[in-house]
Design a protein around this ligand. Structure first.
Ligand code: CDP
Ligand code: CDP
Length: 202
């Protein structure tokens, strides 16, 4: 029997951190769906046409180095507004969600479009300043040149593009549990998520 946990939210809200911890705690598989859009965005930066790149995507492409750069993140959010790109990625995500052992998927439209029947839906969010601060810290720690104002502008541009697009915009599912991580430690955010999953399994 499949058991799906859908985790959505804006950039750097803590979705990935929470998803990995929930997956490890409950022994579920995890798919970071942002990697699909990043892999397409990277191919587009290399000169490919977006819809063809999405249709040609293979699971191995998700391990490609260089998917976590700010330029690829912006390219990902630009290809993510194209309905045919999104359509090309639906089957892979739904098949992953239906795995026999259960799965956690995180992204922007998992609870609303990809898995509206998910047993648990979480909307993980935080203020834009707080999310930019986290991304800024990550960039610094990995040796990248970055300015806080630039990172904040990138986060805001992506928030706007992701929330305002016509197809599968970023928004909480009606029945999602909202977790605002602005003033939470990682352990607190993970504990909230685990307790929401526990309630759904009870
Ligand atoms: O997947 P998403 O972009 O939503 O965020 P993430 O990669 O899980 O988290 C972004 C950064 O925020 C990471 O460096 C986390 O360690 C950090 N974080 C945090 O400081 N406090 C939290 N409550 C959650 C995440
Ligand atoms: O890690 P972070 O939250 O910064 O970004 P990501 O989850 O890797 O997603 C990169 C971009 O892909 C987002 O800004 C969205 O435009 C797009 N995306 C989407 O449209 N739908 C998803 N399910 C996942 C990502």
């Amino acid at each position: 029997m499949s058991f799906t946990v859908a985790i959505d939210g804006p950039a750097a809200a803590g979705k990935g951190t929470v998803s990995r911890a929930v997956a490890a705690h409950f022994g579920l598989a995890h798919l970071d769906t942002g990697l699909l859009y990043r892999a397409v965005g990277k191919r587009v930066l290399e000169g490919e046409e977006p819809v063809a790149a999405a249709r040609a995507l293979r699971a191995e492409d998700l391990d490609a180095p260089g998917l976590r750069t700010p330029a690829v993140a912006q390219a990902a959010s630009r290809v993510a507004v194209i309905a045919d790109v999104r359509e090309a990625l639906v089957d892979f995500q739904r098949a992953f969600a239906r795995r026999a052992g259960g799965a956690v998927l995180d992204g922007r439209d998992i609870g609303t479009v990809i898995c509206p029947e998910a047993e648990v839906k979480l909307f993980v969010t935080a203020s834009a300043e707080c999310r930019a601060e986290r991304r800024f810290k990550e960039l610094k720690e990995s040796g990248h040149e970055a300015e806080f104002e630039g990172v904040l502008a990138d986060v805001r541009a992506r928030d706007a593009r992701d929330s305002e697009r016509a197809t599968a915009p970023l928004k909480p599912a009606k029945d999602a549990v909202r977790i605002d991580t602005s003033d939470m430690t990682i352990d607190q955010a993970v504990a909230c998520a685990i307790s929401a999953v526990d309630s759904a399994r009870a």
